[in-house]
Design a protein around this ligand. Structure first.
Ligand code: AMP
Length: 432
């Protein structure tokens, strides 16, 4: 019996594959990565990459022991040895901050802007836009608490979606304050929920002792009903003077730059090391409950990982979710272009010559050649199937005279080009 790919994973397929949709089109995936790269590198972010698996302890400390990710969704990797196991990374930030600390990147000029992309793994219940292996573009800035850094990070997310051609994206912005503000809020939540303990889900009963803020994030309908009934006050009401001023500054920059956002008090990132600004990007094509991406400030994370205090902020997009949104908006993305030139030989003696010409012409353009001798009619058909713009078939006469007859496959026009001039001609054709 044939073996299928694991549930919650996707194959990324070449252009022209049967039943191709944008979310599995490899060229669309690459286009998203390239667009992110262009936007982020223009803003001074440097690419960095970290391993796909990390020490379990890093993920526990870096994502938080009370999160669903750590409690239920970790993929553990064992190998033949006595090591207790690694974790396939569920997100990028913990690894990026670990690498920053371990490799002495603190010596680089601060704030240091980094970006990465790659697969992430969570053993989730699989649904539309919720996979077990998915891909993120991550942006992280280390070494600054400046509100301008927060505003720029949010604006860059908006720049990425704009550069992709997406329009229906909403930014939901909140702040979770400083640790003391959060302590006050948690105390308020504890007081509020404790008399209603029996109406909370089991997970949330647990959260009430460990970290009440996470109740607000609960996916359980009964929890959400209770939250509504109790008219829970938002975290924003509990911001202290400093966090308030910082948040006002972030909003002032965004306002001045024309970056639209909605204040959303429901945004909570309950972990100890999260501070202040937190946000999500949403899009209808992805579903109301799922974000296109999200980010936040994590000034306490470095210390949590055993390093010195290093303020940080970062965000991540899910590439598959961006593709879903693009598909929902009907945005068409450039696929992989076909070859500029397709070369074939009419007889077996000249196949090697066709290949040789192709190899040297590849210095300037995409060039394919036929591996077997072909009749001109078949060669042109094959060239069209491969979406070539020009084709040439080499016969003995062309080989002796060292020329090619370039046929424009759209207009049908032909022109003779000396082999010595081929690369110059292809360069011109490529550019218009
Ligand atoms: P998070 O680290 O949970 O804030 O996730 C950041 C982004 O990654 C989300 O906004 C999604 O776009 C994407 N993402 C998270 N989990 C998944 C998943 N299971 N499947 C697909 N994308 C995901």
């Amino acid at each position: 019996m044939a073996i299928d790919r694991p549930k919650g994973t996707k194959d990324h397929l070449p252009d022209g594959s049967p039943k191709l949709s944008l979310d599995v089109q490899a060229s669309a995936f690459a286009h998203v990565q390239e667009t992110a790269r262009r936007v982020l590198e223009r803003a001074g972010a440097q690419f960095m990459a970290t391993p796909l698996f990390e020490e379990a302890e890093l993920v526990k400390r870096g994502v938080g022991g009370s999160t669903d990710i750590v409690r239920k969704e970790m993929f553990t990797v064992y190998y033949f040895g006595d090591h207790g196991g690694f974790i396939l990374r569920p997100e990028g930030t913990a690894g990026m901050v670990r690498a920053y600390l371990q490799n002495g990147l603190k010596q680089l000029p601060a704030p240091l802007k980094l970006w990465t992309h790659g697969p992430m793994f969570r053993a989730e219940n699989v649904q539309k836009g919720r996979l077990r292996q998915f891909h993120q573009v991550d942006y992280e800035v280390l070494g600054s608490t400046d509100a301008l850094v927060d505003a720029e990070a949010i604006a860059l997310m908006v720049d990425v979606v704009r550069a992709l051609g997406l329009s229906g994206v909403r930014v939901k912005l909140g702040s979770i304050g400083d640790p003391a503000d959060r302590d006050n809020y948690n105390e308020y939540l504890r007081g509020l929920f404790t008399p209603h303990l029996e109406h909370l889900s089991d997970d949330s009963k647990d959260r009430l002792t460990r970290n009440p803020m996470r109740i607000l994030d609960s996916k359980s309908a009964e929890d959400q009903d209770l939250i509504r009934e109790l008219a829970v006050r938002p975290m924003l009401d509990f911001l202290g003077a400093e966090a308030s001023a910082h948040f006002a500054e972030v909003q002032a920059y965004l306002g001045a730059w024309g970056v639209e956002y909605d204040l959303d008090p429901s945004i909570v990132r309950g972990l100890d090391y999260y501070r202040r600004t937190a946000w999500e990007l949403h899009h209808e094509g992805v579903g109301a409950k799922s974000a296109l991406g999200g980010g936040g400030r994590y000034d306490g994370l470095s210390a949590q990982l055993g390093g010195p205090e290093v303020p940080g902020i970062g965000w991540a997009f899910g590439i598959e979710r961006l593709l879903l949104a693009l598909e929902a908006e009907g945005v068409s993305l450039p696929g992989t272009p076909g070859p500029l030139l397709y070369l074939a030989a009419m007889d077996a003696e000249n196949v090697g010559l066709a290949a040789q010409i192709a190899r040297s012409a590849r210095a300037v353009a995409r060039v394919e050649f036929a591996y077997k001798a072909q009749k001109p009619g078949n060669a042109f058909k094959d060239a069209e199937r491969r979406r070539a713009r020009y084709a040439a078939v080499i016969g003995t006469d062309e080989a002796l005279r060292r020329v090619l007859n370039l046929k424009n496959l759209v207009s049908g026009e032909q022109r003779e080009v000396a082999l010595d001039d081929l690369n110059t001609v292809l360069t011109e054709l490529e550019n218009n």
